[in-house]
Design a protein around this ligand. Structure first.
Ligand code: AMO
Length: 437
């Protein structure tokens, strides 16, 4: 006798099987008097359990047809060919085991077509993820991370992990989460920034990290969360910021092509097609972007953040020009963190953002690797170099020119799949209002 869960995509229940045990959730039960049908669902799909009343032991018939939807069960039975089901087979049960009965009513439906509020979905995430469309997002997300690692390995980057409990922040004090560290003030890391840069002095040359980053974001938007996964990279011996941009472009291209090829099943379930952006990705300067938004009536001036509205306008214009993805370079140095290198003789910086479908998914740039200039930039930003002692030490004994980036993985998945809210791409999102589940 075969014993297995049913796997539709590898078709491992076939007409040749005679007796099987299948395990899953009761998706649906239809009692038509003389015959009843139970749809059993597992991670991959569904199978029909057919119960002709006359051919099934009465007690078994009774128990099976009384099951509540979403109960977890195992059914053993005979495999019969069927022209009525998608699998081409059905199962006539001979016994079953109830692992866990689902309470009634369900907190939300699994197959109903009604639109459920985001909060209801997230409050009942275990149930929401039983939906094939919700689950498929995480198939794509998993593949995205796999493809990122592949792209980085190809380019000689090594995977690293840096501390998430840290003594100082790199991305501004306003979004730091404080932690009481045995009586000392510590913080949750906003980014691997300081550590990945220190590794450039260590001679690790090309590193990347896919790990959590924490920001005390008070704003409740569809793209900000307080805990996100950042894909960071840092590389040494560069000549200019464009060397870094070329690596990101390769990585994103590898991810999108890989998803299109290897993520077909998931994309089909979600109902999405991936369009591979043309290369090279266009490069706009910050000042060109200002002109674009000004021409559309948004009165931003030099030094202003492009903001959600500005990014959207640029996204629309670039989409009309046939480009979903593009770099924005040469931001005013004032708008960028202390570790970014200034463009000498100007008030600009060697920084860039990467925007995808009208939204920032990454920022990065060439770093200030010269010790005194770096200290100067900290002071200019009102930071105390003493708070950055061990970071600064790494710059005192031969730091190569270097640069890097951070890409929000959650935002990347959101934009690839055109999800309305970044939370849809996160299993258990954290935001200003959400700490559970
Ligand atoms: P930045 O602060 O721009 O740069 O962050 C990089 C990318 O991380 C994502 N991101 C977020 N995603 C969801 N919720 C948030 N609250 C959030 N904040 C940021 C975005 C963003 O583009 N150290 C630099 C990177 C570098 O220069 O290497 C940094 O962290 O996709």
């Amino acid at each position: 006798m075969l014993h297995m869960t049913f796997v539709r995509d590898s078709g491992n229940i076939s007409r040749e099987d005679t007796n099987v045990t299948v395990k899953g959730w009761v998706q649906d039960l239809r009692n038509l008097g003389g015959i009843s049908f139970l749809t059993l669902r597992d991670r991959h799909g569904t199978i029909q359990i057919t119960m002709p009343k006359k051919k099934i032991e009465p007690a078994l018939f009774e128990s099976l047809t009384r099951l509540s939807r979403e109960s977890a069960i195992a059914v053993t039975g005979e495999v019969k060919e069927s022209s009525q089901t998608a699998l081409g087979v059905e199962i006539i049960p001979t016994s079953f085991e109830l692992y866990s009965e689902a309470a009634v009513p369900l907190p939300m439906g699994v197959v109903d077509k009604v639109n459920v509020e985001m909060d209801t979905r997230l409050n009942n995430r275990f149930m929401d993820l039983r939906k094939q469309e919700s689950k498929a997002v995480f198939g794509i997300r998993s593949l995205t991370v796999e493809l990122i690692s592949e792209a980085m390995a190809k380019k000689g980057f090594i995977s690293i992990n840096t501390p998430k409990i840290v003594a100082s922040g790199a991305e501004g004090g306003a979004t730091l989460f404080g932690v009481d560290y045995f009586g000392k003030q510590a913080y949750l890391a906003q980014s691997p920034q300081l550590y990945k840069q220190m590794l450039m002095s260590a001679g690790l040359d090309r590193v990347f990290e896919i790990g959590p980053a924490f920001r005390a974001e008070h704003s409740n938007t569809n793209r900000h969360v307080t805990e996100f996964i950042s894909f960071d990279g840092e590389m040494a011996w560069i000549d200019r910021a464009e060397d870094v941009m070329a690596v990101i472009e390769d990585a994103i291209d590898h991810v999108l092509r890989g998803l299109k090829e290897r993520g077909k099943n998931f994309l089909e379930i979600i109902g999405k097609e991936i369009t591979i952006p043309k290369r090279p990705y266009p490069v706009l300067t910050y000042s060109e972007c200002l002109t674009m938004v000004n021409n559309c009536g948004l009165p931003l001036k030099h030094g202003d953040d492009l903001g959600t509205e500005g990014e959207k306008i640029i996204g629309d214009i670039m989409a009309e020009r046939g480009s979903d993805i593009y770099f924005i370079t040469e931001y005013p140095e004032e708008a960028k963190p202390f570790y970014i290198m200034e463009k000498e003789g100007t008030d600009l910086s060697f920084s860039f953002d990467l925007d995808y479908k009208g939204q920032e998914i990454s920022s990065g740039g060439q770093r200030e690797h010269r010790y005194s200039e770096l200290v100067g930039r900290m002071e200019k930003k009102g930071l105390d170099p003493e708070d950055f002692g061990s970071y600064l030490d790494a710059f005192r004994y031969g730091m190569p020119p270097h640069g890097g980036w951070g890409i929000g993985v959650d935002r990347l998945v959101m934009k690839i799949l055109d999800l309305q809210n970044v939370r849809e791409a996160i299993l258990f999102p954290r935001d200003v209002n959400r700490l559970t589940p």
